[in-house]
Ligand binder design. Structure first.
Ligand code: F6P
Length: 534
């Protein structure tokens, strides 16, 4: 099927996307809806034959079977010998989910209820710090223990009526120093978010936060909370069991915002908002499991991704939310996609035959338009763009600005598709009053090749439920892509080597150990850093 798809691509490479709209139903046929979401992929070169081949590929690779295995709690993360059940975290009022014969739902429900009770106590001022009501929450975590809650808290700021939330991730002391400096330790709650409770950045920052709090707070541990699947290490750190919110190892770090790792979100927007977020995710799960592939948003989004990266060979993918409050979404999707699918061997340990993992990047529109869209429109390598836009914003009285935002989003996908020909550019140049002999040269700079693919996801407004749907949509998209490539999307061995080397390098940085066995470059860098007092 890969070969057929590549042959079809070669045969249709020069097809003009705009001409595909000569088919009267193009937009309807190459878009799909779920609930209030519309996913439009008609502004791509995927045609009827291409779509059929892509759907056939998904079928050949047994996407439906793997999906069902995931939801059923099978050990699909074979290299870590784990089930993959972040979906159970949002299975509100759902059926039993069993892992090795045990229903995991009672445990999930109980932890969720504990999170709700704790959040209500904090938000109502019944759980206090030494100085009274908690005014600030500092979530210390990195990767999946940071990106999800930080993204969601920012995204849902119109619903934020709890304490201020701050996020510290980097081991760079600048991060924690800047976050803690303006805060009052006596009214601050520190959340140590780490699935493993061993991550060096998080443990270093947690120790720093504890020392900071100890300066004025008599019992700092009383203002600490742990979110982890390693309850024993959380206890060792000194956090009492009643403030440890646990989850199982079948929740991957980058999929963990739906459970305890989402506590900062629950504190920010309240338990009802958090439940709405879960309900949104759950509704997408149900759609993913029930809808026919041709109407199935996660499957279609994955197939569009496969088409652009593996078949067309476009190396990157831009995520462009026309929603300022989704400013952290590209970074969140970066981890989701690149840590999940940036793999070079199949589940069986053989070399993957296709390229894997596009580089995912992006920024909110309209900001990106004034920064990197130049390259998107006129660079030499097409960048498939994934636009997102809501029909309405939240900011009363500023609807005119929101409409301008929407117009910009639609204008960009149109411009990418239609471009501007040499003739059109020449016409413009002729009006500029420049010497005629310079017209061609000047016009060349104003030509847009067009025919650049994009998709657009339209939603009514960014509510907790819609955010839940969007996140679950992308999670499943990554899953489907991984299944099609035959890789394990749920491990991350590629981050381990650097961690090991950093541990070995630390004494060389401090000067406690010689660096004689290091390569010349590392030795030179160390010498320079030592010379400047590292
Ligand atoms: O190093 C990568 C990673 O393991 C991510 O997968 C994870 O999200 C992050 O580190 C943080 O891990 P933890 O939650 O265990 O501190």
């Amino acid at each position: 099927m890969w070969e057929k798809l590549k042959a079809h691509r070669a045969a249709t490479e020069n097809t003009k996307i705009a001409t595909l709209f000569e088919a009267p139903q193009r937009a309807e046929d190459f878009s799909a809806r779920f609930d209030t979401l519309l996913f439009d992929y008609s502004k791509t070169q995927i045609d009827t034959v291409g779509l059929d081949l892509l759907l056939q590929l998904a079928d050949d690779q047994q996407v439906a079977k793997r999906r069902d295995a995931m939801f059923a709690g099978a050990i699909i993360n074979e290299t870590e010998h784990r089930a993959v059940l972040h979906t159970a975290l949002r299975n509100i009022d759902g059926a039993a989910v069993t892992v090795a014969g045990t229903d995991v739902m009672p445990g999930i429900t109980e932890t969720l209820a504990r999170m709700q009770r704790f959040s209500e106590e904090v938000r109502a001022g019944r759980f206090t710090g030494q100085g009274g009501q908690i005014t600030d929450v500092v979530n210390i975590g990195i990767g999946g223990s940071d990106l999800g809650p930080a993204m969601a808290v920012r995204a849902l700021s119109p619903y934020h009526d709890g304490p201020q939330c701050h996020f510290v991730s980097n081991v760079d002391p600048a991060h924690i120093a800047d976050v803690l400096r303006p805060l009052n330790p006596e009214t601050t709650l520190v959340i140590v978010a780490s699935k493993t409770f061993t991550t060096i950045e998080t443990m270093s920052n947690a120790a720093t936060a504890r020392a900071w709090m100890s300066e004025t707070v008599t019992d700092p541990a009383a203002q600490f909370v742990a979110l982890s699947s390693n309850i024993a290490l959380a206890a060792e750190f000194g956090i009492p069991a009643e403030r440890v919110f646990g989850f199982e190892d079948w929740v991957g770090g980058r999929y963990s915002v739906w459970g305890p790792i989402g506590l900062s979100l629950m504190l920010a927007i309240g338990p009802d908002g958090f439940l709405a977020f879960l309900r949104g995710g759950q509704s997408m799960d149900r759609h993913f499991c029930a809808a026919a592939p041709k109407d199935n948003l996660p499957i279609l989004l994955a197939l569009v991704g496969i088409w652009h990266h593996q078949i067309c060979g476009f190396p990157t993918r831009a995520v462009l939310p026309y929603e300022q409050r989704l400013e952290h979404l590209p970074a969140y999707f970066q981890q989701l996609e690149m840590e999940s699918n940036g793999k070079r061997v199949t589940m069986a340990g053989d070399a993957v035959e296709q390229v894997t993992g596009p580089v995912v990047w992006g920024a909110p529109g309209t900001n990106g338009q004034h920064a990197f869209y130049q390259l998107i429109h006129q660079g030499t390598v097409p960048v498939p763009c994934e636009f997102m836009v809501g029909a309405q914003g939240h900011d009363v009285g500023l609807e005119h600005q929101h409409r301008l935002l929407v117009a910009n989003c639609l204008a960009q996908s149109e411009a990418l598709m239609t471009g501007r020909s040499m003739e059109e550019a020449l016409e413009i140049v002729r009006t500029l009053g420049i010497p005629e002999e310079d017209h061609t040269r000047q016009a060349a700079h104003r030509v847009f090749p067009g025919n650049r693919p994009s998709t657009t996801l339209v939603y009514p407004t960014l509510t907790p439920e819609i955010l839940g749907q969007i996140i679950a949509l992308y999670e499943h998209r990554v899953f489907v892509e991984g299944v099609i490539l035959g890789i394990n999307s749920f491990d991350q061995w590629g981050v381990e080597l650097g961690k090991e080397l950093a541990k070995a390098l630390e004494p060389m940085v401090t000067g406690e150990a010689p660096a004689d066995d290091k390569d010349g470059s590392t030795q030179l860098l160390l010498q320079q850093l030592h010379a400047h007092g590292v």
